[in-house]
Design a binder for this molecule. Structure first.
Ligand SMILES: [Zn+2]
Ligand SMILES: [Zn+2]
Length: 156
């Protein structure tokens, strides 16, 4: 499969690594070899989706979620080209884990009210109790395997 993807995208480097990830700066996709046979294939197609769409950076958590959805759409097209099919359930599970994570980040640590990110610097403000906080920067492809409670809150 790596060979086939390299044919489709000769300018992208596919390399074994610790997790599935797309790094725009190096134009490199890493994958974990142990999972390449199972749903790792889907993860790999998903990363290739980011690469094909030229995803570089995002300005907010919501934009990141949109890019995740788009990368899965692209992954489905790619899968078709390669005669594969990605389970819709798998995609929804991945996106749900993103939504949960975004919900966690945007919930006020002081009173629990859900808020919207209000600027481009990962700062949130609660319109209920007026607490302000920052979260650790978001990144592409937080899969449900690695997602667990990584959010760090810094009260401002
Ligand atoms: Zn609050
Ligand atoms: Zn992704």
């Amino acid at each position: 499969m790596i060979n086939e993807l390299t044919k489709i995208m000769p300018d992208i480097h596919f390399m074994p690594g610790e997790r599935f990830a797309w790094s725009p700066a190096e134009r490199k996709i890493t994958y974990t070899e142990s999972q390449i046979e199972a749903d790792g294939r889907w993860a790999l197609l998903h990363e290739t989706g980011h690469a094909l769409l030229g995803h570089l950076s995002y300005k907010s958590d919501i934009e990141l979620l949109k890019m995740e959805v788009a990368a899965w759409e692209k992954a489905k097209e790619l899968a078709k080209r390669l005669g594969l099919e990605i389970s819709e359930e798998h995609i929804q599970t991945c996106l749900d884990s993103y939504r949960d994570w975004l919900h966690q980040r945007s919930s006020c640590p002081a009173c629990g009210t859900n808020t919207l990110q209000n600027d481009l610097s990962s700062t949130y403000g609660c319109f209920n109790c007026h607490a302000r906080w920052q979260v650790s920067p978001s990144r592409f492809c937080r899969s449900y395997r690695t997602r667990k409670a990584e959010t760090e809150f810094i009260m401002l």
